[in-house]
Design a binder for this molecule. Structure first.
Ligand SMILES: [Zn+2]
Length: 290
């Protein structure tokens, strides 16, 4: 553009008037097309990129619970749908049994679930890797009939936790069964701070030592000061994390590789937290949150 302007002198005046306008336009267009577009594109990408994430997660995860589509079968379920019961503790403290998993879905929308590694893969060369599904076979005349079992744990990180065992001929129904049973088996645990090394007033640990046993497996859970973390095996940690316990020391004895017995022992230990009667005067000392 600059060379064209200098060479023809006669048209200088016209071009000077036109050219700067054009160049300005070109510059503005360049800036509009060049710099802002370079800025705008990442913005669009930034706006669009996170959006598929949650959508994808929603699509992969279980569908959201629809309370209107639910037809309660038990009296308690009807009360929950009518709105007479709004708190899960009302359900857990009542004499009646929790028989519908949808009650838990309706009252605890923030519930999370996880699967415990109770199975083991077969094979040579370091086989025996931990799996979610425990595969077993029945020998029949027609051939081998495999079946899958899994162990699910649900919790809201606020003192409610449940463990369920499900078994089926296929993997997906086994998982659904396990999660449904885990919701029905939901229990409330006392959280607190029973550690003498910690003088905080927060329910980050358990209030006292508890022990559970199933088969040869014994699990002992001990209160720990803040910042300790979960000093326990991976499966114990999963359960405690979903229960909302952050700091704990643990000790296990027996054949802990039989994970079904291990999960049962954890469940019994957690149940013991509620079975122990605590006097009112100690409740404030142990910072128990109920
Ligand atoms: Zn503490």
């Amino acid at each position: 553009m600059a060379k064209d302007e200098k060479e023809p002198k006669a048209e200088e005046a016209e071009k000077k008037q036109e050219a700067p306008a054009e160049s300005k336009e070109a510059e503005t267009s360049k800036t509009e097309e060049g710099e802002p577009s370079a800025e705008a594109k990442p913005h669009i990408e930034a706006n669009t990129k996170p959006a598929p994430g949650p959508r994808g997660r929603d699509a992969r995860g279980p569908p959201a619970f629809d309370i209107d589509a639910w037809k309660p079968k038990t009296e308690m379920g009807k009360k929950v749908k009518m709105g007479d019961i709004t708190d899960i503790d009302q359900v857990l403290n009542s004499d009646k049994k929790l028989l519908e998993a949808e009650i838990v879905d309706a009252l605890l929308p923030s519930l999370e679930s996880d699967l415990l590694l109770i199975g083991q893969s077969k094979g040579k060369f370091g086989g025996g890797q931990r799996r979610v599904f425990r595969q077993t076979q029945k020998k029949t005349k027609e051939g081998n009939k495999p079946s899958f079992a899994t162990c699910a744990v649900v919790g809201d990180h606020k003192g409610h936790v449940g463990i369920g065992y499900g078994k089926s001929r296929e993997t997906v129904p086994a998982r659904e069964k396990a999660i449904r049973r885990a919701k029905i088996n939901l229990i409330k645990i006392r959280r607190g701070c029973g550690s003498w090394q910690c003088s905080c007033k927060e329910p980050h640990s358990i209030p006292f030592e508890v022990e559970g046993k199933c088969g040869s497996v014994k699990v002992k859970l001990m209160p720990a000061p803040k910042g300790t973390g979960l000093c326990a095996g991976s499966e114990i940690s999963k359960v405690l994390k979903l229960a909302g316990v952050e700091d704990v020391w643990s000790k296990t004895t027996g054949k802990t590789t039989s994970r079904i017995n291990l999960t049962a022992a954890i469940e019994k230990a957690l149940k013991q937290i509620m079975e122990v009667k605590v006097q009112e005067k100690f409740k404030s000392n142990l910072n128990i949150e109920e």
